[in-house]
Design a protein around this ligand. Structure first.
Ligand code: NAD
Length: 374
């Protein structure tokens, strides 16, 4: 049975006895070590690994509190990490709901990381947490920083930021989206994109936390939302180069070229990109890398998520009145690709294979030979 708090208002005092007298105050151990309380919301494909890295690197007096709307996700997380690293078991608590981040913890949290699917989930999570702080009290001199690493639309993130700062001014809500995918999350090599002007503007405690989960921190600008702006601009580039890669390799195929040789040529030529080389869609070119193309495009960064990022990027571009050469057409093809579940659920490199299923008729119509129309 995993350690969980299911009683509203119950506060564990087994480990941090100092918490009993002042439950929302910052705590110091007898060695004057600053304790850090971490919260993590969303233990899905990415979050389970990010939270695992925090758990594995907990200092002796630190705590980690986790929550997911799907109880099995939290239970699986608990069982996985505590069986791999049992020595931190007492420092990990699965919470039954969001208000328990205030009522069910041993002292106010320093950081709460959110890693949930969309803007509406981030908004809901933050509103519930902030409301619980308002209703249950908090230490006015003490900050809690919410780090949102989800990929969401910029206006929602800005609205949530405004809400937090206007409701609890000493709290913070920072957009810190990531790149590196599930593999990067698993290995702890993610890159974080942060709304901060430069590295000096990022607190040492936050750097410590991000370094547990990743390898690079990129300050992207002083205004809230610049981290997401960088993430969306990059993922738009990825999505578009992925379409061009599919086009290029299908064209080479139509010309009768040896595709493995062509892939090696591209890797040292002007057509090289992450999509054409690091995620090369041709099977067997880099067998040592076990690329999605070598496992029938299973796993990886799935097309459905790429589409989500293209939609976010093109919507945000429209809000900025920024016309994009390939915005609408790129979005059109990702929309079409996601109409086929076998494409939507596989790595984005599968678009090369899918393009092979598309034929243009003399009247200009494009037909998916594995469906009735595209
Ligand atoms: P996922 O769907 O696997 O995981 C999301 C988790 O959040 C699920 O376990 C879900 O139950 C939980 N959740 C949803 N609503 C919640 C709520 N209100 N409270 C608590 N938990 C809630 O998604 P993922 O692949 O882990 O991606 C998470 C975010 O990271 C997305 O915004 C995604 O775009 C972004 N992202 C994903 C990747 C990737 O390769 N998968 C890479 C970079 C960024």
């Amino acid at each position: 049975m995993y350690r969980a708090l299911f009683q509203t208002g119950k506060r564990s005092t087994s480990r941090l006895t100092a918490a009993a007298s002042s439950p929302h105050a910052k705590h110091f151990s007898s060695q004057s070590h600053l304790l850090t309380n971490y919260g993590f919301v969303g233990l899905g494909q990415m979050g389970q690994h990010m939270a695992r890295h925090i758990y594995e690197q907990l200092a002796p007096e630190d705590s980690l509190y986790v929550y997911d709307t799907v109880p099995e996700a939290a239970a699986n997380f608990y069982h996985t990490v505590t069986s791999q690293t049992p020595q931190h078991q007492e420092q990990l608590t699965v919470l039954p709901d969001l208000k328990s981040f205030i009522t069910g913890v041993n002292g106010q949290l320093d950081f709460i990381v959110t890693m949930v699917p969309e803007g509406k989930h981030v908004k809901g999570v933050v509103e519930e947490i902030v409301t619980a702080y308002e209703q249950n009290g908090y230490s006015p001199e003490y900050r809690t920083t919410i780090i949102d690493s989800s990929t969401i639309d910029i206006p929602t993130s800005q609205a949530v930021h405004h809400y937090v700062k206007s409701t609890l001014p000493q709290f913070d809500f920072i957009d810190a989206p990531v790149s590196g995918g599930v593999a990067g999350a698993r290995k702890g090599t993610l890159s974080f994109m942060l709304s901060r002007e430069n590295h000096e503007d990022i607190s040492p405690d936050l750097v410590t936390l991000l370094n547990k989960m990743g390898k690079n921190i990129f300050p992207c600008g002083v205004n809230h939302g610049t981290g997401l702006a960088a993430k969306l601009a990059n993922n738009y580039l990825l999505a578009i180069t992925n379409l061009a890669t599919a086009d290029s390799f299908q064209l080479a195929k139509a010309f009768g070229l040896n595709l493995q040789n062509y892939a090696k040529l591209v890797a040292v030529s002007t057509g090289k990109s992450w999509a054409s080389v690091d995620n090369c869609p041709i099977e067997g070119v880099y067998p040592e890398n076990n690329l999605p193309a070598d496992v029938k495009f299973k796993g990886g960064f799935i097309t459905k998520l790429t589409r989500k990022d293209v939609v976010l990027a093109t919507d945000c571009a429209k809000q900025q009145h920024r016309f994009l050469f390939l915005g609408d057409i790129g979005r059109h093809w990702y929309d079409k690709a996601c109409e086929r579940p076998d494409v939507a659920e596989r790595d984005l490199g599968v678009l090369y294979e899918w393009l092979g299923d598309l034929e243009q008729k003399p009247n200009g119509d494009i037909v998916d030979v594995k469906r009735t129309s595209a």
